[in-house]
Design a protein around this ligand. Structure first.
Ligand code: MLT
Length: 260
């Protein structure tokens, strides 16, 4: 497997517990900006990469599988001298987080699953991903932006926030976008990973999330022993930016509950 060097933000004291933040599709580490601030203020080290093919990260070859994305992230952490860490994944970042758990279970001290789900795509959804990937390679990011943007934020969201999110999506390299779509289409079923999780786990979901709905979050909370579920009112999928304080408060409390 070809591994890629991930550009990343790394802030806070070197001896504090690292909290690693994995972003969603097709976004970059900045979708965690409010939580990064809050976690850093609370004294944690925060590490937030751009995942392969997105943001400023290099684009790989072939589908950006969850396995490859997890291996990229683990290599970044090895190089940063980080052995054990708390791990938060948003949507696609959550799919990657399940894979990090499978590749390096002893290194994850706590888990936050934000607007994500454990089940794989249906055959129809997978087919749709491949079709969208082909369109993106021909037409650029338009098809993804048009299909996803209305579902990321509620209709009440600040237009400036919507414009900022759209800019990030449109700045994603089309090949990186296509590879991530193919990688998500190929992702494995993570439901059997849930019952073995024995670290403090937080699950966050926007009340109006139509991409990874509240039922998927509740199913994960039921399957993970001791998991805490927070349903965020007034938010769709992109809770971290639409209701930043609710997500930050939940994540700081979660991080404080973790024994590194
Ligand atoms: C994301 O927000 O990362 C993606 O929408 C997840 C997905 O398409 O399954």
């Amino acid at each position: 497997m070809d591994l890629l060097d991930l550009p990343h933000l790394d802030v806070g004291p070197r001896d504090a517990m690292p909290v690693v933040l994995l972003h969603g599709f097709p976004l970059d580490h900045a979708m965690w900006a409010p939580q990064k601030e809050a976690l850093q203020r609370a004294g944690f080290r925060v590490i937030a990469p751009d995942l392969r093919g997105q943001g400023k990260a290099p684009v790989g070859h072939g589908p950006a599988t969850m396995q490859a994305q997890a291996a990229d992230a683990l290599r970044m952490l090895d190089r940063a001298g980080v052995r054990r860490f708390a791990l938060a994944g948003f949507s696609m970042g959550g799919y990657v987080a399940f894979e990090v758990l499978r590749q390096a279970p002893g290194r994850v001290a706590g888990l936050a699953l934000v607007d994500t789900r454990a089940e794989p795509d249906s055959p129809e959804a997978r087919q749709g991903r491949y079709q969208t990937a082909a369109r993106v390679r021909k037409e650029g990011p338009g098809p993804v932006v048009e299909g996803m943007l209305p579902r990321l934020l509620t209709s009440a969201a600040d237009p400036a926030l919507r414009a900022q999110v759209e800019r990030t999506m449109r700045a994603t390299p089309p090949e990186g976008m296509a590879q991530a779509l193919e990688g998500m289409g190929e992702r494995p079923d993570s439901r059997s990973t849930l019952a073995a999780i024995r670290v403090p786990t937080l699950i966050v979901v926007g009340e109006q999330d139509a991409i990874t709905p509240t039922e998927a979050a509740k199913a994960m909370a039921d399957a993970i022993p001791g998991a805490k579920l927070v349903v965020v009112p007034g938010a769709a999928h992109l809770t971290t930016l639409e209701r930043p304080d609710a997500v930050s408060d939940a994540m700081v409390a979660w991080a404080r509950s973790i024994k590194p």
